[in-house]
Ligand binder design. Structure first.
Ligand SMILES: *Cc1c(COP(=O)(O)O)cnc(C)c1O
Length: 378
């Protein structure tokens, strides 16, 4: 029996050509030709002032957390239904993530619950665009403005997705993307930090280069380079830039294919939803769908467990997703929870993700659809 994985990363002939080009050039470290091409590509695509490649979405969040200038004990409001890096980045700066519950429709942070969780120590809101579907940004930006908070968008899953026409990642003060192999656009590991704020952009460049003004030196803006701020090494080798640039060249095709797969799942399972067996993703009018993820919500944990086993028996890997951070050992040690986590807990127990990747064949897609339907007919 052939197995169908949840994810398969992709590459093209150009990936190999570009990587070879880097290897044969005299420049394999960071900020080479392909990294620069990626920077220009993203500034153009996202219409933002600064876009800097880093080596992961985690690293992009760390750059953002350093830029937030947090003091020990400062609080950052975020969802609990997210990847640990969203919280870790702030914990590393001595801050305390404060979790609030998510919306039942988009599974994003419930903007109506944010304001009550604000204390004199709150410095930032970190919102996560789950499955690439936008948070309610107007409300979040309004709360931030009234309470003088920074907004950091964890846009790790949100490449090519929009809120009321604006690219996700560019609405708050800072945005963080991931190019991990499981994301729409991948370079193995990889990430991007973006901002429209010139002051933050200037510091971000320094933080990414070990706290030095090396980039300014290369542009001839200072006559020697030195250690001027805190920082670390967040810039990837140009080999990663080469891989990423080769994928950016086919990004439209990737998006078209992912959306076609997503739509096919969505149509195929409309009846199951009507019969009350599952719930499909909901995309509000203010958001777009970048087809990062096709998930289904079941009525309880037991049904989901049976479903995952049934798919596995049929050679299909369909994983669940986050264990809420508020219930994780480090979440309990380093973070606070504000209010009920009812929806977060329920979603964590009942969500399943289906295989969705660029090279998924028509046959495999049809097989997944049939096996899912058979689970309910057996
Ligand atoms: C993937 C992901 C990250 C981490 O990105 P890496 O590139 O794997 O470090 C952070 N937050 C969210 C929501 C993610 O999906």
């Amino acid at each position: 029996m052939n197995t169908i994985n949840f994810n398969v990363p992709t590459y093209t002939d150009k990936t190999i050509d570009f990587i070879k080009d880097v290897l044969e050039s005299a420049h394999t470290s960071g900020d080479g030709k392909y990294t620069k091409l990626c920077h220009e590509w993203f500034k153009n695509k996202l219409n933002c002032k600064e876009a800097l490649l880093v080596h992961s979405g985690t690293a992009a969040l760390e750059v953002a957390a350093i830029l937030a200038d947090l003091q020990q004990g400062d609080e950052v409001i975020m969802p609990s239904y997210t990847f640990c890096s969203t919280a870790n980045a702030f914990v590393l700066q001595g801050a305390v993530p404060v979790f609030v519950d998510i919306r039942p429709d988009t599974l994003n942070i419930d903007e109506k619950k944010i304001e009550d969780a604000i204390t004199p120590k709150t410095k930032a809101i970190c919102c996560v665009h789950y499955a690439g579907v936008a948070c309610e940004m107007d409300t979040i930006m309004d709360i931030a403005k009234r309470h003088n908070l920074l907004v950091i968008e964890d846009a790790a899953q949100a490449f090519d997705s929009y809120y009321k026409g604006k690219p996700l990642g560019t609405i708050g003060d800072m945005g963080c993307f991931s190019f991990h192999e499981t994301k729409n656009i991948m370079s193995g590991e990889g990430g991007l930090f973006v901002t429209n704020n010139e002051k933050l952009a200037e510091r971000a460049e320094i933080i990414r280069e070990k706290g030095t003004n090396r980039s300014k030196f290369f542009r001839g803006q200072v006559d020697k380079y030195t250690w001027v701020d805190k920082g670390s090494s967040y810039l990837p080798s140009d080999l990663i830039g080469a891989y990423l640039y080769s994928i950016l060249e086919i990004s439209e095709k990737i998006q078209e294919k992912r959306k076609a797969i997503w739509n096919k799942y969505n149509e195929a399972f409309a009846d199951l939803e009507k019969q009350g067996k599952i719930r499909r993703p909901i995309i509000p009018d203010f958001a777009t769908n970048n087809a990062h993820m096709f998930y289904m919500l079941f009525k309880d944990l037991e049904t989901r467990t049976q479903f995952i086993s049934y798919l596995k028996e049929n050679g299909i890997y369909a994983p669940f997703h986050y264990i809420p951070l508020h219930s994780a050992p480090s979440g309990q040690k380093f973070c606070k929870t504000y209010g009920s986590m009812e929806i977060t807990n329920k979603v964590s127990d009942t969500l399943v993700r289906l295989p969705l990747y660029y090279d998924l064949s028509e046959d495999d897609l049809n097989k997944v659809i049939n096996v899912v339907k058979n689970f309910w007919n057996k």
